[in-house]
Design a protein around this ligand. Structure first.
Ligand SMILES: Cc1cc2nc3c(=O)[nH]c(=O)nc-3n(C[C@H](O)[C@H](O)[C@H](O)COP(=O)(O)OP(=O)(O)OC[C@H]3O[C@@H](n4cnc5c(N)ncnc54)[C@H](O)[C@@H]3O)c2cc1C
Length: 474
């Protein structure tokens, strides 16, 4: 098998020593570890196709990995019931921007392109790619598509699904599905590409993508508002929608407990208030039109909310540097939590109008069932996505006889609260290996059954990332 792989990808594309393979065997938080025969790094779609065809013939599982920043163990190679160890398939060497079509608003790229590099390439052509998240220096287009990543710009531009205009996918038998025409209109039946978006590598390998670019937004304004209660932040969202509509590019709600950890652990964290408020709302407005007075809109809406007593305080960024400082603080939360202790991060979504009662209900459940923890909230309020985080100390975690089972108990309790509000347990991070039981438990049974049939159709041998998404497939 190794020699056959070497003949396809050459020495440059094959890692077999333990030290070289190590970063590909463990997840970003170093919580789950797997094993594999080799890490294979093809340089072209044709090589991916040959590698996958070889694996199909040999009955070897294929575990795709992008930047390995996923938070649900989706890229950890564990073959489980399949038996054979399988290969990790990394598209790191497929990092070419294939072309940028300015008027068509499309960037066609290899799936191994790092998101930050796409941002730079789009900017160089006077366009932007509007997906932004804390991992953008490492996460790759293939991983972002496979998890249907969200981030802070969803409120205006939608998640990755809305930004994909076409895909190139290597199927489980090695054939290449080419759907890169990137037409704005194409009503020719089932749009199969949507099955691969969010499939977490369980149906095939994304090797290329046509992505929608947007005009650059040179005119932006940022504010940091202090609220006493999440309900006030929801009222502010509605008022901002009335006045600014689609100019709202980000509307992020963060609890004091979370920002206290950023202050403790992050470098260069410059907060605009001496005291961190109970609830902070970070707002970004943007317009392609340089003459729109965005700061005046912020002043007007925030001023009215202050007068109504719905806000405690507000600061409008006075410079680009201050705006960058706001974002630096916001993007530092994951690293701060990683340094502090054992955080159980939930990725639920409810309607924006239900965010305040959801947080209250989750806090009540957590106080009763998990008094050892304290809660933090980081919420993309504009799209109802609440990262409700329960933080445990390392010392407490070390006393647990079965930490994974305990983590699942915690997650279930909070997911049940979201379900009470008609919400989902996975808004943007996916299911991975982490939440397969939750998918089976909480998904509509008919939908779950149809998903298993789709999996069997595209991957009859269950070799594409087995154990991810649908634990009982195959
Ligand atoms: C600091 C930090 C902040 C984050 N913030 C956000 C956020 O705001 N919003 C958000 O949605 N996520 C966020 N994430 C999660 C993560 O960055 C995203 O899930 C991202 O999409 C993963 O991309 P990746 O390239 O690292 O994929 P990986 O972690 O390598 O893989 C993710 C999944 O996709 C599969 N996969 C990877 N490449 C391919 C491919 N080419 N073809 C088929 N399957 C493939 C893998 O097998 C795995 O199942 C954050 C993570 C970190 C560490």
């Amino acid at each position: 098998m190794l020699e056959a792989l070497r003949s396809i990808v050459g020495d440059k594309g094959l890692i077999t020593d333990q030290a070289g393979m190590e970063p590909y065997l463990v997840d970003w938080r170093r919580r789950l570890r797997g094993t594999a025969l080799a890490v294979v790094q093809p340089a072209t779609t044709a090589e991916v196709s040959a590698v996958v065809a070889l694996c199909a013939a040999e009955g070897q599982p294929v575990f795709p990995v992008g930047g390995n920043t996923g938070l649900c163990f989706g890229a950890v190679p564990i073959s489980g019931r399949v038996g054979k160890p399988g290969i990790v398939l990394s598209l790191r060497r497929m990092n070419r921007i294939r072309g940028i079509d300015r008027a068509g608003g499309i960037a066609t790229v290899d799936a191994g392109v790092v998101l930050g590099d796409l941002h730079a390439a789009a900017a160089a052509c006077g366009r932007q790619f509007p997906l932004h998240l804390g991992s953008e220096g490492s996460a790759q287009i293939g991983g972002l598509i496979s998890t249907n990543a969200g981030g802070t710009g969803v409120v205006r531009y939608g998640p990755m699904r809305d930004l994909v205009a076409g895909l190139e996918v290597v199927l489980a038998d090695g054939r290449v599905l080419n759907d890169l025409a990137a037409l704005r209109k194409d009503n020719t039946g089932y749009m199969l590409r949507h099955l691969f978006i969010g499939a977490e590598g369980s149906l095939g390998i994304v090797t290329g993508a046509a992505l929608r670019l947007q005009p650059q937004v040179s005119n932006t304004a940022h504010a940091w508002a202090a609220a006493a209660d999440p309900a006030d932040a929801v009222a502010l969202l509605a008022a901002m929608q009335d006045r600014a509509g689609s100019a709202i590019q980000a509307f992020e709600l963060v609890s004091r407990s979370q920002f206290e950890l950023v202050r403790k652990h992050a470098e260069r964290a410059r907060f605009p208030f001496a005291e961190i408020p109970a609830w902070s709302v970070l707002i970004e407005l943007g317009s392609e039109d340089a003459t729109t007075a965005l700061s005046s809109i912020l002043e007007e809406v925030l001023g009215a909310a202050l007068q109504r007593g719905e806000l405690l305080d507000a600061v409008i960024a006075a410079s680009e540097q201050q705006a960058a400082d706001f974002w630096h603080i916001r993007h530092s939360v994951s690293e701060a939590n990683k340094k502090e202790g054992m955080s159980i991060t939930h990725d639920v979504a409810v309607r924006s109008s239900d965010v305040a009662p959801f947080i209250a209900a989750a806090d009540a459940v957590a106080a009763t069932l998990f008094p050892e923890a304290y809660s933090e909230v980081v919420c993309h309020l504009g799209d109802g996505n609440v990262h409700y985080i329960l933080m445990f100390t390392h010392d407490y975690w070390a006393t647990l006889p079965d930490p994974e089972a305990f983590a699942l108990t915690v997650e279930r309790a909070i997911h049940d609260v979201a379900a009470r509000f008609g919400g989902t347990f996975s808004a943007e991070h996916g299911v991975g290996r982490k939440l397969t039981e939750e998918l089976e438990r909480l998904a509509d049974p008919l939908r779950y059954e149809l998903m298993k049939k789709v999996k069997a159709l595209f991957d009859p041998q269950n070799l594409m990332n087995p154990g991810v998404l649908l634990a009982k497939a195959g």
